[in-house]
Design a protein around this ligand. Structure first.
Ligand code: SF4
Length: 388
């Protein structure tokens, strides 16, 4: 089994935000208080798709091994093809063949003075002619939208793939998330990468094992995936303080608190919600183990009825009712058709048949990478119906 790096690229955003988490996680593992998390169903599925992508395309982009695709379902075949078509587009855009590609390569930051940072890079293209490196991360999940800008995981892959010193001048980081048709890029210079490695990453790693009060830094993103979150004093204190503020907020609302106060409260809400979820999960597991949790019990939720045997059902309905249409049929969605017939994606006639409605408006933090929408102040009047 491959041992994971404690400074693995996928953990770096948490480590940079909260260097104290490294030692805490390590100590909790040594005492067996927590275990290395088992990969979720989605993560295991992602690993299979990465493996097939490598065998299908990455090992030989000019001559993909079509047979590999037969090992997965149609939906997954489409995801892999979308991902690899994206890499093809980059290769074609180079306009020459003086390049090198590598896939599923082990990278480490030894040449940058950080040998403990290592991991596995999905795909890279080194354009020798333009001294430009493309770092591609396949994300096959649909749950969370991932962005390329200042993404520590991709920055570490870039540093590991390029090695220092280098003649490379420019780098493009690519997030390829075909399940939600999300393709994001961010360009930076080699100087930007150098500054990030020495000014951000090295500083955070240095803090990890130094004593210092500022090495724990609770926050929404870093605490969400932290293995130590249920045993972390800093997080508990932060959540307790946040909870107090929430109780106070009711009073503040009555006396019209400022917008800034309300935004601050909203920003910490996920941490409080996550803590409540953790407590609920912990107590449910205790009940499922057969332990008593005073005041709580397990129940079954409402489930939808399902046919025991479709054949028996059809026979019975035909004999006992006059219903003729036993099946309902619905036109498949544009993306379902595209998965079945790949060429439809590029067909102008097909594209003219559908439209993409505007997404539902929602409010997020200013730091969110999605582009802001412009609202005509007269366009939305939530009280219009009422006043009419
Ligand atoms: S739970 Fe949050 S504050 Fe605590 S170690 Fe993990 S990331 Fe840091």
């Amino acid at each position: 089994m491959i041992k994971h790096s404690k400074y693995g690229p996928s953990r770096l955003s948490r480590i940079i935000a909260c260097p104290g988490s490294v030692e805490l996680v390590e100590n909790l593992m040594i005492t067996s208080t927590i275990q290395e998390p088992k990969p979720s169903k989605d993560a295991a599925h992602g690993t299979i798709l990465h493996d097939i992508t490598k065998k299908f395309y990455s090992d030989n982009p000019e001559n993909p091994n079509i047979k590999e695709l037969d090992k997965v379902e149609l939906n997954d075949q489409a995801l892999i093809q979308d991902a690899t078509e994206y890499a093809d587009l980059i290769l074609k855009s180079l306009g020459h063949t003086n390049y090198f590609t590598a896939s599923e390569s082990s990278i480490d930051l030894t040449s940058w003075g950080l040998p403990d940072v290592w991991g596995m890079l999905d795909f890279m293209i080194n354009d020798y002619a333009k001294r430009h490196v493309h770092i591609i991360d396949w994300k096959f999940g649909a749950g969370i939208t991932v962005y390329a800008k200042e993404n520590p995981q991709l920055l570490a892959y870039a540093a590991g793939a390029i090695k220092w010193p280098t003649t490379v001048q420019e780098i493009t980081l690519h997030i390829v998330q075909p399940a939600i048709e999300h393709y994001d890029t961010w360009e930076l210079s080699i100087h930007d990468l150098y500054d990030w490695v020495h000014g951000t990453l090295a500083v955070a790693i240095n803090k990890c094992h130094n004593d210092g009060i500022d090495k724990f830094n609770p926050g929404i993103e870093q605490c969400r995936w932290c293995e130590a979150k249920n045993f972390c004093e800093a997080r508990t204190t932060f959540v307790q303080e946040a909870a107090v503020k929430f109780f106070e907020a009711k009073e503040k609302l009555a006396t019209c608190s400022t917008m800034e106060d309300l935004v601050k409260l909203l920003e910490i809400a996920p941490l409080v919600e996550d803590t409540i979820k953790s407590i609920r999960h912990y107590l449910q597991i205790e009940l499922e183990k057969g332990n008593i949790v005073p005041g709580m019990k397990l129940i079954r939720g409402r489930a939808n009825r399902a046919w025991i045997s479709e054949n028996d059902t059809i026979t019975w309905l035909a004999k006992n009712t006059s219903i003729e249409e036993l099946f309902t049929s619905k036109l498949r969605s544009p993306s379902q058709f595209e998965k079945e017939v790949r060429t439809l994606k590029k067909s102008e006639g097909f594209k003219a048949l559908y439209e993409t409605p505007e997404g539902k408006i929602s409010m997020v933090s200013e730091s969110d990478s999605r582009p802001v929408i412009q609202i005509n102040s007269g366009a939305i009047n939530v009280f219009a119906d009422i006043s009419d």
